[in-house]
Design a protein around this ligand. Structure first.
Ligand code: MN
Length: 469
């Protein structure tokens, strides 16, 4: 990549709000796993005369988003109509916020391999989603599904403070984490509940921006990074050849890892914005905002600080944050037990594919203590943790049922050691001669004879004692 040009990157993110119902209609909001056109009403299909009613839940979540972004929601915001002509938008316009969005300003911090940077937020507006068109292969018709029409979105626009593919990726992930932990969205990237539009331009002069292109609808952090990388290369090539970069909207081909031109970019005047007469302005008072502030859950920056207290390295901390369903458990263990128990819990969580959201911290602490006390090997601890996700039994009961209780009682292990030594005279001689490998072999024999239940440390100690090693 040529370093002659400075990339300037801004990201617009559409975050699907985690409300029960749509932005302006009392119709279910979760379009996953339902038949097409079953989550619709006269409002969603844009029947003449249908009146939208604003969902207060969307305002609450937008306020939480503002707080997560280090600012407060605007006390006064209102809605406009933005005109499009698409089959998946039956009204012919989208209700959105243009002049007075619910969030103005804010910021978040990214950490790009140790390089910290503050990324400013320009604004965020509430708006409704459109439906979905599908074009069956070979058919001479298209299908329209309006289940998604009217789903509440928060469109969060960053300032162009990003300057590399890695920074763009770090921003996308950090914004996703903040919105997920704040409860603003369920964060389902697979179903497009968080989608990124990336604006990129190149310039030789840092004070003057080049012409930008926009890659729309990226739905993973990896594709954000890939699209920015590709666009920097594409635009560099154009500029090197003396050709202009066209201001346009491009799509991202995930398989070929390249962007493709879709349409030239509309300007604001093309949308013919006008005030939305059917939805009154939103007014929030201090009390409303304070109440939401009081209910804010812990967010990633604070969780990182807590986990750093017990000297987890930053890679482990980020891995933990990628498992939001498990974070509450780990923090509860950290709160009630020692750092060893927390370290073990985190390790078990990261090793497990199961969802430990319903595990009780005190039971996990109990399990950790059994490992501490030598009642369980660390391998057995991991197996029992996995079992606890599926079963309400106590760790002690599971250990007994699965015959995983470790025997540390010397008199019991002594008998097995004596037998093993008698049966393996050659290895016993080797141990006496000081061969380290042979002792490992004998410990293995003791483990096998005890069906894995002997404490290997105790076994080793007793072998040495009997053979004088
Ligand atoms: Mn939008």
């Amino acid at each position: 990549m040529s370093s002659k040009y400075l990339p300037t990157i801004g990201i617009e993110t559409h975050v699907q709000l985690n409300t029960k119902t749509k932005l302006f209609a009392a119709v279910g909001n979760d379009a996953r796993e339902v038949a097409p056109n079953t989550l619709i009403s006269h409002i969603c299909v844009g029947m003449p005369g249908a009146l939208p009613v604003l969902n207060e839940g969307a305002i609450k979540l937008s306020a939480a988003a503002a707080l997560a972004l280090g600012t407060a929601p605007q006390k006064l915001s209102h809605f406009e109509r933005k005109h499009y002509f698409y089959p998946d938008l039956p009204k012919g316009y989208q209700i959105t916020q243009y002049q007075a969005p619910i969030i103005v300003g804010g910021h978040l911090h990214i950490d790009n391999n140790g390089q910290k940077k503050c990324i400013r937020i320009e604004r965020a507006n509430l708006e409704e989603d459109a439906g979905k068109n599908t074009h069956p292969a070979g058919a001479d018709y298209s299908l329209v599904d309006l289940n998604r029409a009217g789903t509440p979105l928060l469109e969060i626009v960053s300032r162009p403070d990003l300057n590399s593919p890695a920074e763009a990726k770090a921003y996308a992930r950090e914004l996703w984490l903040l919105m997920k932990y704040a409860g603003v969205t369920d964060g389902d990237l697979y179903h497009g509940h968080v989608r990124f539009d990336v604006n990129i331009s190149l310039s030789k002069d840092p004070d003057k921006l080049g012409t930008r292109s926009e890659i729309k609808n990226l739905n993973s952090f990896r594709s954000v990074e890939g699209a920015v990388t590709y666009e920097i290369e594409r635009q560099t090539e154009l500029l090197e050849k003396g050709q202009p970069v066209v201001q346009e909207t491009r799509g991202w081909d995930e398989v070929q890892q390249k962007s493709v031109s879709q349409r030239s970019k509309e300007e604001a005047e093309d949308y013919r914005y006008m005030p939305e007469p059917d939805v009154p302005p939103v007014e929030l008072d201090d009390k409303y905002i304070e109440d939401i502030e009081k209910q804010m859950p812990e967010l990633p920056p604070k969780i990182r600080q807590e986990l750093a207290k017990i000297k987890f390295d930053s890679k482990v901390i980020e891995d933990i944050l990628d498992r939001p369903e498990a974070v509450a458990l780990i923090l509860k263990v950290l709160d009630t037990a020692d750092s060893e128990a927390t370290r073990r819990t985190a390790f078990w969580v990261l090793q497990s594919a199961g969802n430990p959201a319903n595990l009780k911290a005190d039971k996990v602490v109990e399990l950790s203590k059994m490992v501490d006390d030598g009642k369980l090997s660390s391998t057995a601890g991991k197996t029992i943790f996995e079992e606890m996700i599926k079963s309400p039994e106590t760790p002690d009961k599971i250990a007994k049922r699965l015959k995983l209780v470790q025997v540390s009682d010397e008199s019991e292990i002594e008998k097995i050691v004596a037998e093993v030594i008698t049966q393996n005279p050659k290895a016993a001689e080797d141990v006496k001669a000081g061969q380290a490998k042979a002792i490992g072999f004998l410990v293995g024999q003791v483990m096998a004879k005890s069906k894995g239940q002997a404490n290997p440390e105790v076994a080793q100690k007793l072998i040495k004692k009997q053979l004088g090693g």
